[in-house]
Design a protein around this ligand. Structure first.
Ligand SMILES: Nc1ncnc2c1ncn2[C@@H]1O[C@H](COP(=O)(O)OP(=O)(O)O)[C@@H](O)[C@H]1O
Ligand SMILES: Cc1ncc(COP(=O)(O)O)c(N)n1
Length: 266
C-alpha cells in the first residue's frame, strides 16, 4: 500500500486540515500519516484558538516518520509561523521527498489568519522551491504576487509570477471567482484548464485541503501531474456536491460518498 504524509494543522471540527487530509487519503486507498504543525479550536462558524506545535516537536515528528517508513508523497498545509516553515524545510531536505504538494494556506473561510502575515516571505523562500505542485486559491495568489485577480487572464499572470518562485507546477484555483469553477495549471510552458460547474452550496469548509490531498494521493499512485489534478478535480467536485451541514456555518465536504455508494450504504 502506498504511504502518504500530511504536514498541517488540526481542525477540531474535522472539515479541513489534517482531518480532511487523512479522510482524502483513506478514500484514495492510501495509508495516511500526519505531522501536526498547530492545533486549532475550530468549527463551521470560526476559529477560536490556535496553539503552534514547537519546532523541535515538528522536527521529531518528521524524523519519526521518515527514519522508519518510505513515503510516496507529502502534502503541506497550514504552517502558521516562520519557525515552523524553516524547520519543515530544513528537516525535509535530509530525506528523499518525492511528490510534494504545497497548499499555501493563509486565511480560513471564516476569516482567521492561519498563516501569520510576516511568515509569507518564509513560505515563498523555503517551501515553494521544494514543491512539485503549489495550489494557491485566488486570495493566496494575490498575497503571494501582490496583484489583484479578477478573471482568468489575471489568474494566468499570477501563475507565471508564482512559477518564477520555482515550484515545478502552479495550480491557481478558481473557487473564489464567479461562474464555472475553473482551476489553471502552469508548467512553465503551457496552461491547462480544469473546469467544473459551480455548485451552489455554502458547505466548502476544507475544499482546498481536500483538493491538495487528492492531488498528492494521485501522485503517490504514480500518476502524472496533469492526470493527478484531473482525478483530484473530479474528486473535489463530488465531495462538494455531496457536502452537508453539520453545524450552523460552513459545512464540510463528503469524502466517502463513492465508497458508501459502491457498498450500498447510501
Ligand atoms: N462552489 C464550488 N463549486 C464547484 N467547485 C468549487 C466550488 N468552490 C470551490 N471549488 C473547487 O474546489 C477546489 C478548491 O478551491 P478553492 O475554494 O478556490 O480553494 P480554497 O479552499 O483553498 O479556498 C477547486 O478545485 C475549486 O475549483
Ligand atoms: C487547520 C486548518 N487548515 C486549513 C484550513 C483551510 O481550509 P480550506 O481548505 O477551507 O481553505 C483550515 N480552515 N484549518
Amino acid at each position: 500500500m502506498k504511504r502518504i504524509l500530511t504536514i498541517a494543522g488540526s481542525d477540531s471540527c474535522g472539515g479541513a486540515g489534517i482531518q480532511a487530509d487523512l479522510k482524502t487519503f483513506s478514500a484514495h486507498g492510501l495509508f495516511g500519516m500526519s505531522v501536526i504543525t498547530a492545533v486549532t479550536a475550530q468549527n463551521t462558524q470560526g476559529v477560536f484558538g490556535v496553539q503552534d506545535i514547537s519546532a523541535e516537536l515538528i522536527q521529531k515528528q518528521i524524523e519519526a516518520v521518515f527514519d522508519d517508513i518510505a513515503v510516496d508523497a507529502v502534502k503541506i498545509g497550514m504552517v502558521s509561523i516562520t519557525d515552523t516553515i524553516k524547520v519543515i524545510a530544513q528537516t525535509l531536505e535530509r530525506y528523499p521527498v518525492r511528490n510534494l504538494v504545497v497548499d499555501p494556506v493563509m486565511v480560513s473561510k471564516s476569516g482567521y489568519h492561519l498563516l501569520q502575515p510576516e511568515a509569507k516571505e518564509a513560505l515563498i523562500r523555503y517551501l515553494l522551491p521544494m514543491a512539485k505542485v503549489v495550489t494557491p486559491n485566488i486570495p493566496e495568489a494575490e498575497v503571494i504576487t501582490g496583484m489583484k485577480i479578477n478573471d482568468l487572464e489575471d489568474m494566468k499572470s499570477a501563475a507565471v509570477q508564482i512559477y518564477h518562485m520555482n515550484p515545478e507546477y502552479v495550480l491557481v484555483k478558481g473557487g473564489h471567482l464567479e461562474g464555472e469553477a475553473v482551476d489553471l495549471l502552469y508548467d512553465g510552458k503551457d496552461f491547462k484548464y480544469y473546469h467544473s460547474p459551480r455548485i451552489h452550496t455554502q458547505n466548502t469548509h476544507g475544499t482546498g485541503c481536500t483538493l491538495s490531498s487528492a492531488i498528492a494521493s494521485n501522485l503517490a499512485k504514480n500518476m502524472s501531474v496533469a492526470e493527478a489534478i484531473e482525478g483530484a478535480k473530479a474528486y473535489i467536485t463530488v465531495a462538494i456536491e455531496q457536502s452537508f451541514s453539520i453545524g450552523k456555518g460552513v459545512g464540510p465536504t463528503h469524502h466517502f460518498y463513492e465508497l458508501y455508494k459502491k457498498a450500498g450504504l447510501i
